[in-house]
Design a binder for this molecule. Structure first.
Ligand SMILES: [Zn+2]
Length: 394
């Protein structure tokens, strides 16, 4: 047995799981690879914790986590394209399964030692099961990107505000137009009405539930329908995110973004009992808008898409970008009059602009004067680097 203070390595765990597979029936039924894949993920979680990158791994939430099964090897998947839109794949323990062909995969004559499928993952969301293939592909190294540099601010009135005015909109209601952050803006009016009806139905059925009793089948069904609509909205959002970030990565060589700590902002709104947050309602609206735009995801996408094309993503420290005048450089806490418009307080300047656009210009300015955030050991450290270009007026 393993001593109490020794960290278990993968080999010990592997021996333990082999023993468990011999002893426990339901484990022996499971394919050996699947058990090992789970073990590997679990071990990686602990590794990350020991190295100080993340907190201790915890149990998955039954409600919030998505169900996924890993197929660690691509050898037996036997992927075949049967139709322009459909493919077939071998799923262990399930058999031959048809799936929707949405992307080019290296199969048949396109598969070779360099370009091949190395594994897959089955993921379940409210709309059903999906399969994602891990693919190894040989790509030519990107040449130098000839695009311009741009600052981007995650906007409240504009989803993505760009410093050169090439704002990225998704045509959905934003905060100022609808009066409040619209949680379900990715649904059309018919779907929204349906969602509202379902939510009322669920609330009504919940009232009839006896405490301690299990949820009725009808209520379960209603919950599933609500989840389905939400999943559809999420999918539409992700589609927009992917298309927008690809377009941006193609157009610009250097993209500068704010180093936002979204979790902190979301937490600070309500405050604690001892120290209640100020402007709770207002902040909550902003938080919701920010969380919904899923800024973190957008940044991640931009980072890898830019890298593929020879571009760079740069993060700059956030404070003050919304309060600085991008025309004259004057910073005052009162400058941001509302969420929508920026008005410069300096006499003789009088610069008025969309607040998001003003912030985006400031983000680019921070990069141009060489103030960039360098991530170090999980924490952002601000470091001044060599001047990239002489600072311009904005
Ligand atoms: Zn000004």
């Amino acid at each position: 047995m393993v001593g109490q203070n020794r960290r278990v390595d993968l080999k010990d765990a592997d021996t333990a799981i082999r023993q468990a597979r011999a002893d426990i029936d339901f484990l022996s039924v499971l394919p050996a690879q699947a058990a090992q894949a789970v073990l590997k993920t679990y071990h990686r979680a602990w590794r990350n914790c020991w190295d100080g990158r993340v907190k201790k791994p915890v149990f998955k939430s039954r409600i919030r986590s998505t169900m996924s099964v890993d197929v660690p090897q691509g050898r037996n998947l036997n992927v075949v394209r049967v139709h322009r839109r459909w493919g077939m794949v071998n799923v262990p323990k399930v058999g031959r399964v048809r799936f929707r062909w949405t992307r080019d995969l290296p199969v048949g004559k396109y598969a070779n030692a360099e370009n091949r499928i190395t594994g897959a993952r089955l993921v379940k969301d409210a709309l059903g099961w999906h399969i994602a293939f891990r693919v190894q592909a040989l790509e030519s190294a990107p040449g130098s990107h000839r695009g311009a540099e741009v600052g981007i601010d995650v906007g409240v009135t504009i989803p993505l505000a760009l410093s050169d005015g090439n704002h990225q909109d998704h045509g959905r209601l934003t905060k100022t137009e609808s009066g409040k952050a619209d949680r379900d803006k990715w649904l059309d009016s018919k779907e929204k009405a349906k969602l509202l009806r379902l939510e009322r139905q669920a609330a009504q059925r919940k009232q009839h539930c006896e405490p301690g009793q299990s949820v009725s089948r009808r209520l379960h069904h209603t919950y599933d329908q609500i989840r389905g609509l939400r999943a559809r909205a999420t999918r539409r959002h992700q589609d927009w995110q992917h298309k927008t970030t690809t377009a941006l990565a193609q157009q610009y060589a250097i993209v500068v973004v704010e180093q936002l700590t979204i979790t902190n902002m979301t937490r600070s709104a309500k405050g604690t009992v001892a120290e209640p947050g100020r402007n709770v309602a207002q902040k909550a609206g902003l938080n919701r808008a920010i969380s919904q735009e899923a800024w973190g995801q957008t940044v991640t996408m931009l980072a890898y898409k830019l890298a593929q094309r020879g571009g760079t993503l740069v993060k700059v420290p956030a404070p003050g970008t919304s309060q600085r005048c991008s025309e004259c450089g004057f910073t005052t806490p009162g400058s941001r009059m509302s969420q929508a418009t920026f008005v410069c307080k300096k006499t003789g300047c009088g610069f008025t602009a969309n607040a998001d656009w003003n912030a985006a210009r400031n983000v680019l300015h921070l990069y141009r004067i060489g103030l960039v955030a360098v991530p170090a050991a999980g924490r952002a450290v601000v470091r001044r680097v060599r001047r990239v270009k002489p600072a311009t007026a904005r």
